[in-house]
Write a protein that binds this ligand. Structure first.
Ligand SMILES: NC(=O)c1ccc[n+]([C@@H]2O[C@H](COP(=O)([O-])OP(=O)(O)OC[C@H]3O[C@@H](n4cnc5c(N)ncnc54)[C@H](O)[C@@H]3O)[C@@H](O)[C@H]2O)c1
Length: 367
């Protein structure tokens, strides 16, 4: 069989399909100019460490993940990529490369030229942004995903793709939501994430792709801004509380959603990436830390900032999305299969976020 047949043209076969058949009809010359020509110091020496590429790395989660992975595997073994221009501190902190996941050939060059062995696929349009631009979300979240799947299967990479609480919908059980249940999301973001879960698992069974996936709750971080999701309020409230002493919440006070502090999320990602394959009973796991409502979060923050004023101006798009999502995620499989355990509950989260956002705003005032 030809090595350059598109996966869509394959006749079904039993068992694993050799990875080589996944190659698309893209010509590649070893003499072409490397896409990483701008890096000066990427090490090409052999080592036991994986060579990691993070797509969509300039969003809320990528820079923090790169920092954690660089500590573990070495600065030059972890490449951040995105279509945006990196801020100076990110550019100076380690390798960065432009990569548009819709450009299959460019992505393939980056993987080949940098001997990438793990790919962490973060590029996405999140829930609220996706509803505002469905056709772009379909391109990035679905067409881009297909590029990633083909390239990682073709080159034998380990692939991590985060999924989300948004992969569930109003007909899923909401309290708690198990790993396996009805998934009929009503956002393009959720639909594309269910597609990613299923396609990753399909490529795993059909082609042996080492696909790993965690369904993240809403992630809360201090030094990186959220990118247009439904849980963004739980980040913004800390900045507004510290700076202005007041906050306008766009979700109803009783909207319960699963949430996690960024350090727990990034550690879980590293843990599942490093887990020996035999410990993984599944390829897609729920992970969880806590669930709270805006009202409960406000009460906890008021223990530190008693004068915080909060008003509610409900955004109907975000509220409808939140009302269709899980209230509590059941992550018992992650806990029993590979030992997942969160460190931050609500009190620890609030204390840490207030410390971090408070010191940021003190720094800003001093400058
Ligand atoms: N942040 C959360 O609360 C949360 C919760 C659940 C799941 N996740 C998942 O985690 C991952 C990272 O999330 P995030 O919050 O950092 O997202 P984000 O929206 O902050 O960042 C996404 C990045 O993707 C980039 N991007 C967009 N189009 C691209 C393209 N064509 N090619 C390359 N890059 C492109 C953007 O420039 C952006 O920097 C996503 O897959 C998301 O679904 C996040």
């Amino acid at each position: 069989m030809s090595c350059v047949r598109a996966v869509r043209g394959l006749a079904p076969v039993c068992g694993f399909q050799p990875l080589a058949v996944l190659s698309r009809g893209v010509s590649f010359s070893p003499h072409q100019v490397a896409s990483d020509a701008s890096f000066h110091s990427v090490s090409f020496s052999e080592s036991d460490h994986p060579r990691v590429l993070i797509t969509g790395g300039l969003g809320q989660l990528g820079v923090g993940l790169a920092k954690l992975l660089r500590k573990q595997f070495g600065k030059y073994n972890v490449i951040l990529s995105d279509i945006r221009k990196p801020p100076a501190h990110v550019y100076q902190s380690g390798p960065f490369i432009y990569s548009d996941i819709l450009d299959y050939k460019n992505l393939r060059e980056i993987v080949v030229n940098n001997r990438i062995s793990w790919l962490i696929h973060y590029s996405v349009l999140l829930s609220a942004v996706g509803e505002a631009n469905v056709s772009l979300a379909r391109d990035v979240n679905i067409t881009g995903l297909h590029n990633i799947l083909d390239i990682t299967a073709e080159h034998g990479l380990r692939l991590f793709i985060p999924s989300t609480i948004g992969a569930f919908g109003p007909t899923s059980p909401r309290d708690p939501t198990p790993d396996l249940c009805i998934q009929r999301p009503r956002t393009i973001y959720g639909v594309s994430k269910v597609h990613a879960e299923l396609m990753g698992e399909y490529y795993h069974h059909r082609y042996g792709l080492d696909f790993r996936c965690l369904r993240y709750p809403g992630i809360i971080s201090a030094d990186s801004k959220p990118g247009g999701g439904t849980t963004d309020y739980a980040v913004q409230i800390f900045h507004d509380a510290v700076k202005a002493g007041r906050f306008v919440c766009n979700l109803r006070p009783d909207t319960r959603l699963p949430m996690m502090f960024i350090d727990d999320c990034l550690r879980a990602t590293l843990e599942v990436l490093e887990a020996p394959p035999e410990t993984l009973g599944m390829r897609t796991y729920n992970i969880s830390a806590m669930s709270f409502t805006p009202e409960e979060l406000v009460q906890e923050i008021r223990r530190h900032l008693p004068d915080l004023q909060v008003t509610y101006e409900i955004d109907p798009v975000r509220q409808a999305i939140a009302d269709s999502w899980p209230m509590v995620l059941d992550d018992s499989s992650a806990r029993s299969d590979w030992g997942w355990k969160h460190n931050y509950g609500l009190p620890e989260l609030v204390q840490t976020m207030l410390n971090l956002t408070g010191s940021d705003s003190r720094k800003a005032r001093a400058n």
